[in-house]
Write a protein that binds this ligand. Structure first.
Ligand SMILES: Cc1cc2nc3c(=O)[nH]c(=O)nc-3n(C[C@H](O)[C@H](O)[C@H](O)COP(=O)(O)OP(=O)(O)OC[C@H]3O[C@@H](n4cnc5c(N)ncnc54)[C@H](O)[C@@H]3O)c2cc1C
Length: 391
């Protein structure tokens, strides 16, 4: 393959490029990115950067291999011509490819009702967002965070650590309830209360100096419209991370990785899911690169999803798809703020979350991988069709 174009200069794009080199690609690699920066790490944006424990210049992603790639930064891809094998950029330039990697990730969702309102709520996805927000987090500033997911919780905790007066507004009765169930949500709420964050279920009428919407992410697929691919809520791919055309066929010279991908996962009973986790982008990069270089022997992507979150001094670790199951408390020490919860669907383990108890996670990871036959050896796995099933 002579020229691989990677669209999206972030975690998934960079790691896929590195994997291409590791697996022997000697041709050109061009990495196109909408942001002006070289690839940087996003998880610290809502943690160490907001709290002031790190600075923007320390977030560049380390390179595992000598890449020898051309970066085209600060310009967005706006079109894909699959027949002509080229992408179009916002500045009018066309870049031809032999192989294409789609790694355009996701952006912060903004609630439709709020999109037209002024001032628009802040969102946090990029380094520029985080730097601007950090500068507003000064002591006694009234900060309202709307959204009880992982990101909203982290922003609330960081703002409180900066001395702000913080309100966290959640849709459910507790933060993280939808993502992690009641036992975890109760402990997280207690962490916030101890730190002095006020929890609300409805948007309070009182004024705030800064309102931040952390209400989810939207995959960046708009630039692919017109390319004959399935783009509903993410780029639909088969188990081998190959985009699926509107005729239901996988494309052989294009792969995708990271937050933009929607693909069938056995933990979800074969239904397509998106996973906005750091390790998912890294794991998918490996398989995507291999499948682009060796299309005759494609491997399915079957890793167990995993996630981490840091709130104050608490370390939350999650594996599998906890939101699909009912929680069972395996261990709870309220004094030490330790918690181990497993999640079950029809008597099957689908996830586990620990707080301040990371060492308990490994056996559940093994069980998840085994039970759902994910993460097996290369030789006993095959793509075998798209792997899609509709429940
Ligand atoms: C604030 C924050 C905190 C997080 N914390 C955690 C955490 O604690 N743990 C965890 O597991 N995960 C965390 N995540 C999620 C993790 O960072 C993502 O899963 C990861 O960044 C996904 O990488 P990606 O390359 O797929 O997508 P992104 O990182 O979203 O990168 C996509 C890139 O493509 C660019 N792009 C988009 N459209 C175009 C286009 N048309 N043309 C060119 N370029 C384009 C974007 O500008 C962006 O640079 C966090 C995310 C955020 C935002």
């Amino acid at each position: 393959m002579r020229h691989v174009v990677v669209v999206g200069a972030s975690l998934a794009g960079l790691r896929t490029s590195e994997a291409l080199r590791r697996h022997g690609h000697r041709g050109r690699i061009t990495i196109v990115g909408a942001e002006p920066q070289l690839p940087y790490d996003r998880p610290p944006l809502s943690k160490a950067l907001l709290t002031g424990r790190t600075t923007a210049d320390r977030l560049q992603l380390p390179r595992a291999t000598e890449l020898e790639a051309d970066f085209v930064l600060g310009v967005r891809a706006v079109s894909l011509d699959r027949d002509g094998r080229e992408i179009g950029l916002a500045n009018g330039r066309k870049i031809p490819y032999d192989g294409l990697v789609i790694a355009t990730g996701a952006r912060a969702a903004v609630n439709g009702a709020r999109a037209g309102t002024e001032p628009r709520p802040w969102t946090l996805r990029s380094l520029a967002d985080a730097v601007a927000l950090r500068d507003r987090l000064v002591p006694r500033q009234r900060i309202r965070v709307v959204g009880g997911g992982f990101l909203g919780n982290e922003i609330a905790a960081a703002a409180r650590q900066r001395g702000c007066e913080v309100e966290l507004v959640t849709r459910g009765k507790l933060p993280l309830l939808a993502a992690a169930g009641e036992p975890v949500a109760t402990l997280v709420a207690e962490l916030h209360r101890r730190a002095g964050v006020t929890l609300h279920m409805k948007n309070p009428q009182s004024p705030a100096d800064v309102t931040i919407a952390a209400i989810g992410a939207k995959p960046n697929v708009e630039w692919l419209s017109g390319a004959g691919l399935q783009l509903d809520n993410g780029l639909l791919c088969d188990r081998c991370l190959r985009p699926i055309t509107q005729d239901g066929e996988p494309v052989s010279n294009i792969v995708a990785a990271g937050d933009v991908v929607r693909w069938p996962h056995s933990l979800a009973g074969g239904s397509p899911i998106t996973v906005g986790h750091w390790s998912n982008a890294v794991d998918q990069a490996e398989i995507a690169a291999r499948n682009l270089l060796f299309p005759d022997r494609p491997l399915p992507f079957t890793a167990v999803p995993s996630y981490w979150s840091d709130l104050y001094d608490a370390r939350l670790r999650a594996i599998g798809l906890p939101h699909l199951g009912s929680p069972v408390v395996e261990e709870h020490d309220p004094t030490a703020m330790r918690l181990v919860v497993t999640y079950w669907q029809d008597s099957e383990l689908v996830g586990a979350i620990t707080i301040n108890r990371t060492s308990r996670l490994a056996p559940y990871r093994t069980a998840l991988a085994k039970h759902h036959q994910v993460g097996g050896s290369e030789t006993d796995l095959s793509c075998g069709g798209t792997g899609l099933s509709v429940r």
